[in-house]
Design a protein around this ligand. Structure first.
Ligand code: BJW
Length: 231
């Protein structure tokens, strides 16, 4: 690893699976029980904000429950960041805060954060650990019913793309961890990095849809393969 000067790591739901947070596309995943159009699109929220708030309130409560803690994979990334002398960026698609709890600092939540809310009217973002209701007024502009989860839904533009593409253009190592490669633009990041000359690595429980296109692959639970790779 000491031969690399600039590293981008992309994480997905698989890194938090062993912490007890469900992934999306597994047979027991979140999308088996909920229609994406209902709970993860701007139209779904417009149609039934109460149902969408309930969906995220339930997940917020679960994330804050004592049994949910970061695992060895989150910790290995945080320790690696501390000792790596070069440029490093952790891009996560996850909306949980387990990377932060493990100690990661240079991190971008491209699909938003579960413990934040945003005012649709004034745009202010708030730390939010309580249940969010349709009637909760915006603490800044006082408008009622304008708060929404600070989440990037389908057909919305992911966050901090400029910083991400800039890091992808200059990295010499790109590592994707625990993501199925189904959701764009994140699913195309390895090709972007590779196009600019980076070595690309997939760490996953099983091959993702584009696993064979990575230059190096290691398969197994994140709590085992990630600490081994970043040792
Ligand atoms: C383990 C493990 C263990 C298990 N150890 N591994 C056609 C029609 C309409 C739209 C599109 C279209 N084609 C493309 C689009 C765009 C669309 C898209 O990609 N759709 C696809 C479904 C086709 N994308 C968007 O709309 C995005 N926005 C966009 O494109 O804007 C336009 C634009 C972009 C760029 C520039 C300019 C304009 C927005 C996408 C938002 C995604 N939001 C969600 C919901 C977030 C909120 C929530 O959590 O409720 O984000 S969807 C969901 O999927 C979530 C995740 O971040 C994301 C990725 O999932 P992930 O992490 O890969 O999880 P899984 O479950 O799929 O996979 C888990 C993996 O872990 C598996 O591989 C397992 O093997 C592994 N694993 N246990 C290691 N122990």
């Amino acid at each position: 690893m000491s031969s690399y000067q600039s590293i981008v790591v992309l994480t997905g739901a698989g890194i938090s699976a062993e912490s007890g947070i469900r992934t999306f596309r597994a047979s027991d995943g979140l999308w088996e029980e909920h229609r994406i159009e209902d709970v993860a699109t701007p139209n779904g929220f417009r149609r039934n904000p109460t149902m969408v708030h309930n969906f995220y309130n339930t997940r917020r409560k679960q994330l804050l429950s004592p049994e949910i803690t970061f695992n060895a994979a989150h910790k290995a990334l945080a320790l690696f960041e501390q000792r790596f002398a070069g440029k490093y960026l952790l891009v996560t698609q996850n909306i949980d805060d387990l990377h932060e709890r493990a100690g990661s600092q240079r991190i971008v939540h491209m699909h938003g954060e579960l413990l934040k809310s945003r005012c649709d009217d004034c745009g202010e973002i708030f730390s939010y650990r309580d249940d969010l209701w349709v009637t909760t007024p915006c603490p800044r502009c006082q408008l009622s019913g304008s708060l929404r989860p600070h989440i990037v839904w389908f057909n919305e533009i992911p966050l901090e793309l400029e910083a991400i593409y800039s890091a992808l253009a200059s990295c010499d190592l790109f590592v994707a961890i625990g993501t199925s490669g189904n959701v764009y633009p994140a699913a195309g990041f390895f090709q972007e990095a590779s196009h600019h000359g980076a070595h690309t690595v997939e760490l996953n429980l099983e091959p993702s849809v584009s696993g064979s296109l990575f230059k190096e692959q290691h398969y197994g639970p994140a709590s085992e393969v990630v600490p081994r790779f970043f040792a």
